[in-house]
Design a protein around this ligand. Structure first.
Ligand SMILES: CCCCCCC/C=C/C(=O)SCCNC(=O)CCNC(=O)[C@H](O)C(C)(C)COP(=O)(O)OP(=O)(O)OC[C@H]1O[C@@H](n2cnc3c(N)ncnc32)[C@H](O)[C@@H]1OP(=O)(O)O
Ligand SMILES: NC(=O)C1=CN([C@@H]2O[C@H](COP(=O)(O)OP(=O)(O)OC[C@H]3O[C@@H](n4cnc5c(N)ncnc54)[C@H](OP(=O)(O)O)[C@@H]3O)[C@@H](O)[C@H]2O)C=CC1
Length: 274
């Protein structure tokens, strides 16, 4: 996996160099969109730290090679198809994962969708496609897994991928920004409601992370001029998002819920003196 860094902003080291290799022993993690990009990096890191890992998305071709990478660590893997926009399919996914790996203790709502477009060119179906994946999908997966976490009675960790485009609004991101803002709000609400069950719910907001998904979303290569807005002077890599995802899944975050952490190289910070 690419881990490009610069002199002042070095690459984030692999999880095995940062965390104890048994940190996630006994955890069963489900990562939606775990066959590509950031989700793949989190899935493999969780397995390297001792979790059994399920990955789910629409296309099994994405999932099978990652399931092999998980199994190569010695942990159990489950790869299953789902469209997170459909509650029935989400319920089936959760049944499959629970049957194969046991009760889910960590859910990572990572499946995502975006394309940049002027809002006046956005169709209703385009809006639904993106908001359905980001917001409905996060809600459906959280409800289906949360219900079982409550029944099981041992708590759990729900981690959702937000995006920095939701913080101040972002031109051409009406659907994505609004959906991701909803994700953060949903995690805060679940953090409050489900605290009594020992379920924590938190959000990670990546900045601009080099993945095939974002390249597709912007219609090709990421424009270099975007770097002018990033204090770290480099785009992020999937590995830059992993330590937060490991922390939030682990006992190190036992007192952390409703929180919002960005991994964006300072993208949201002002870059002019006034
Ligand atoms: C520049 C800096 C950015 C920084 C912040 C970035 C924040 C977030 C980033 C990310 O999330 S990156 C990860 C992105 N990953 C993906 O998008 C992967 C999954 N993507 C997809 O599945 C597709 O790209 C999809 C279009 C999002 C969804 O596919 P689906 O099969 O459900 O939809 P379609 O039937 O293809 O289309 C539905 C609807 O949407 C319209 N549409 C699709 N692409 C565009 C576009 N580029 N511009 C305008 N409209 C688009 C399409 O025409 C359909 O609408 P109708 O024509 O039926 O009205
Ligand atoms: N890369 C970036 O710069 C940023 C990313 N993010 C967020 O981080 C997360 C990961 O992004 P990234 O790795 O770049 O993206 P990718 O495009 O690589 O990953 C998105 C994943 O979601 C899956 N997916 C998409 N739609 C659905 C659906 N309807 N049902 C189930 N699975 C689906 C895709 O698999 P399949 O096609 O097989 O369904 C794919 O594996 C996303 O939530 C994204 O919004 C946030 C800010 C910036």
């Amino acid at each position: 996996m690419a881990r490009e860094g610069t002199e002042h902003w070095p690459a984030t080291p692999p999880a095995t160099a940062l965390f104890a290799d048994d940190l996630l022993d006994g955890e069963v993690a489900l990562i939606t969109g775990g066959g590509t990009g950031i989700g793949e990096e989190i899935a493999v890191a969780y397995a390297e730290l001792g979790a059994d890992v399920a990955i789910a998305s629409r296309n099994m071709d994405h999932l099978e090679p990652v399931a092999e990478r998980i199994e190569a660590t010695g942990q159990s893997a489950c790869a299953t198809t789902v469209d997170v926009r459909e509650m029935d399919r989400v319920e089936e996914m959760v049944e499959t994962v629970t049957d194969e790996l046991g009760d889910i203790t960590v859910l990572v709502n990572n499946a995502g969708a975006n394309f940049v477009t002027p809002t006046e060119s956005l169709s209703a179906n385009g809006w639904r496609s993106v908001v359905g994946t980001i917001l409905d999908g996060t809600a459906y997966c959280s409800m289906a897994v949360g219900e079982r976490m409550i029944e099981h009675g041992e708590g759990g960790s729900i981690i959702s991928m937000g995006a920095t485009n939701s913080v101040n609004g972002a031109p051409y991101h009406a659907h994505s920004g609004a959906g991701k803002a909803g994700v953060h709000n949903l995690m805060q609400t679940l953090g409050a409601e489900w605290a009594k069950f020992g379920i924590r719910a938190n959000t990670i907001a990546p900045g601009i992370i080099e993945t095939e998904g974002i390249a597709g979303a912007v219609g090709g290569e990421l424009p270099e001029m975007l770097l002018e807005e990033i204090h770290a002077d480099r785009f992020g890599q999937p590995a830059d998002c992993v330590p937060l995802a490991v922390f939030l899944a682990s006992p190190a975050a036992n007192y952390v819920t409703g929180a919002y952490y960005s991994a964006d190289g300072g993208h949201l910070l002002p870059n002019v003196p006034f």
